[in-house]
Design a binder for this molecule. Structure first.
Ligand code: PMP
Length: 305
């Protein structure tokens, strides 16, 4: 990953990919206090467009605010940086990674002279899973790891350190032959995947966990708006793992995972064991939206060129 051509926006300048480096005493590398985003750009008739750039940038600033981190750039500057990262790397379909981290100016938990550094990298990353997974769904497993408690780490922050929990859960699921983990909250209710929000379909209604320990997903929000457009009722509530077992359909949402059907959970077949009709419809709306094929929500697409 580090050894490739291209440019990374680093503290206000475009830096050659191979030179975008930081010191081994980088504070965030030691303690995990940093914030980041995962954003996608898609090919459209108007050239590459970044999906919900404003919302992702707003969430980055909210995450930093929660952690008490002051980003030394304005939102407008980081929006311009994200557009530049796609444009200058001549990308069409891209994944973007803005991140803010503390530098190596000080060490230890009490360091008080730390600078906030900011990067935006962008690269081609076509699909998180196989086309087969998007079409027929994945196998998931309830994790033995509990999702962060709201008073242990801050669940509304997309914070670097929070992802230890995600990676432990994902690795465990993969070691058990599954593609993704389902994490429960500390009271045993369904929270989310390692990097996705979850939805269920039951009797034509859509269910998703309330925003307590799960991340306030931007894809989740897009799905809520599509459901409203379709007249599908959405119920945000506490969900138990056995409600997933008996759902008619289930799917994950996330910028990387997009809209990903779930066909099996803890070795139980969900619904017909394939992508269901409501999932198919919402997934189609999502792909049409991100690639500029719908007239609705034009403000969600920011042209790069
Ligand atoms: N939950 C977690 C833990 C995530 O990392 C992500 C990905 N950012 C999501 C949910 C989905 O969020 P979004 O749709 O904004 O990508």
């Amino acid at each position: 990953m580090a050894d490739r051509d291209g440019l990374i926006w680093f503290d206000g300048e475009m830096v050659p990919w191979r030179e975008a480096k930081t010191h081994v005493l980088t504070h965030t590398l030691h303690y995990g206090l940093g914030v980041f985003e995962g954003v996608r750009a898609y090919h459209t008739d108007r050239g590459p467009c970044i999906f919900r750039l404003q919302e992702h940038t707003d969430r980055l600033y909210r995450s930093a605010h929660i952690l008490g981190m002051k980003i030394p750039f304005s939102k407008e500057e980081l929006i311009a940086a994200q557009k530049a990262a796609v444009k200058e790397n001549k990308l069409d379909n891209a994944y973007l990674r803005p991140m803010c981290f503390y530098g190596s100016e000080g060490m230890g938990l009490r360091a008080d002279n730390l600078k906030v550094h900011t990067i935006v990298a962008a690269w081609e990353w076509p699909s998180y899973m196989s086309p087969e997974a998007l079409e027929h769904g994945i196998k998931i497993r309830t994790s033995s790891y509990t999702r962060h408690h709201v008073n242990i780490t801050m669940c509304k922050a997309k914070a670097n350190g929070n992802y230890i929990n995600s990676m432990l859960a994902l690795k465990e699921a993969q070691d058990c032959g599954c593609e993704e983990a389902l994490l429960l909250d500390n009271e045993g209710y369904v929270a989310e995947g390692s990097g996705e929000n979850i939805f269920l379909v039951k009797n034509g209604k859509l269910f998703t966990p309330e925003l307590t320990s799960c991340l306030e997903g931007i894809t989740r929000d897009s799905i809520l708006q599509f459901a409203a457009e379709l007249g599908v009722e959405v119920i945000e509530k506490r969900i138990t793992r056995d409600e997933v077992y008996v759902a008619d359909e289930a799917f994950f949402t996330g910028t990387a995972a997009e809209v990903l059907p779930i066909r099996m959970h803890d070795n139980r077949i969900i619904g017909k064991g394939d992508r269901g009709p409501i999932t198919t419809k919402l997934q189609q709306m999502y792909f049409d939206q991100v690639t500029g094929k719908r007239d609705a929500n034009p403000e969600w697409l920011t042209p790069v060129l």
